[in-house]
Ligand binder design. Structure first.
Ligand SMILES: NC(=O)c1ccc[n+]([C@@H]2O[C@H](COP(=O)([O-])OP(=O)(O)OC[C@H]3O[C@@H](n4cnc5c(N)ncnc54)[C@H](OP(=O)(O)O)[C@@H]3O)[C@@H](O)[C@H]2O)c1
Length: 299
């Protein structure tokens, strides 16, 4: 992807952050299979974006999960996946990778009749394998969102099967844009890297916040003040990086004056091998996504 399309994504994400976008959405029926963390994040984001609750339906075998989704968002939530599929224009599979084969195969007969646009957010599971379980050439898009989708600050990468039309790509993009920024990936293998970067990414930043907060508290700053300063700094840095013309490396250099406090901190982080640790972490997460595909996809 070229630098210009990256800029466009950055701009959209930034405008959304500032609450400046006013996109209108169509009201096709969307069914979400799985009411866990991501299912709820997506439904929450779509509702916050103005989609009527009556156009959304969700299914989950677990009564507690259904109750949570229902009481939080007041949408129709059912135990039976086939019932949820009725009249669906778009079906989103938001179940664990290990459940995908069973859930998709069970829904396949009804999906072959309805022929909705199908979105899978399951980490690792390939378009080819989902298509095999569906047993027909249905319109399939894989999306890799992340949990900030709940507050419409998600980052999602999408990858479409070859038979997905331009209109269907638009529809899939419109759905995920309701919960944050979106970009398309042509090479499906790169979705494993996306999974490692932005899918798991919120956890890396939370860990960083947690660690900084704790370190400041240990140096004597009251815990509450340490939290506020940590979070505001994280938000400010992200906004600067999204809004500015400079890339993060340049922004970092601008804060790091020679012989100053930041330089002292950076030296310690460099000696501790932070860059290598993040490289190894992303590699491990990416390999795990590929492993999930092999383990749960190749049956
Ligand atoms: N969490 C993330 O940050 C993240 C980010 C990007 C993508 N993803 C992907 O999103 C997917 C969902 O993740 P999650 O964190 O939301 O998992 P989760 O919290 O475990 O949610 C999955 C839900 O699906 C339900 N389920 C199981 N079998 C089902 C069936 N036959 N029909 C309908 N629902 C069924 C589960 O119920 P039970 O609890 O009863 O099994 C659970 O409520 C995963 O494939 C993951 O790879 C997650």
């Amino acid at each position: 992807m070229g630098r210009s399309s990256l800029r466009q994504i950055d701009k959209l994400a930034y405008e959304r952050l500032l609450g400046e976008t006013a996109e209108t959405m169509t009201t096709s029926k969307i069914t979400v299979i799985g009411c866990g963390n991501m299912g709820r994040s997506l439904v929450g984001g779509l509702i916050a974006d103005g989609r009527p609750a009556s156009s959304l339906c969700a299914a989950d075998p677990d009564a507690a999960q259904r109750q949570r989704m229902q009481s939080q968002f007041w949408i129709e939530v059912v135990a039976d996946n086939d019932a949820a599929l009725e009249g669906a224009d778009v079906v989103i599979f938001a179940v664990k990778p290990q459940s995908m084969k069973a859930v998709v195969s069970a829904a396949a007969p009804r999906l072959r009749e309805l022929r909705p646009l199908i979105l899978s957010i399951a980490a690792g599971i390939r378009l080819h394998d989902i298509g095999r379980w569906l047993g027909a050439d249905l319109s399939l898009v894989r999306a890799m969102p992340n949990t900030p989708a709940l507050i419409r600050a998600g980052a999602t990468a999408l990858c479409a099967a070859a038979n997905v039309s331009a209109a269907q790509r638009d529809e899939a993009e419109q759905i995920v844009r309701a919960v944050g920024s979106a970009l398309w990936i042509d090479d499906e293998n790169l979705l494993d890297v996306v999974t490692a970067l932005s899918g798991s990414g919120p956890a890396y930043f939370f860990l960083l916040m947690e660690t900084l907060e704790k370190a400041a508290a240990e140096l004597g700053l009251p815990a509450e003040q340490a939290r506020v300063l940590t979070l505001e700094t994280a938000l400010g840095a992200a906004r600067m990086a999204l809004a500015g013309d400079s890339d993060p490396a340049e922004l970092r250099r601008q804060v790091t004056s020679k012989g100053g406090t930041t330089e002292a901190a950076m030296r310690v982080l460099e000696r501790a091998g932070l860059a290598r640790a993040f490289g190894d972490a992303l590699r491990a997460a990416s390999q795990r996504a590929a492993e999930l595909a092999r383990t749960y996809g190749a049956e």
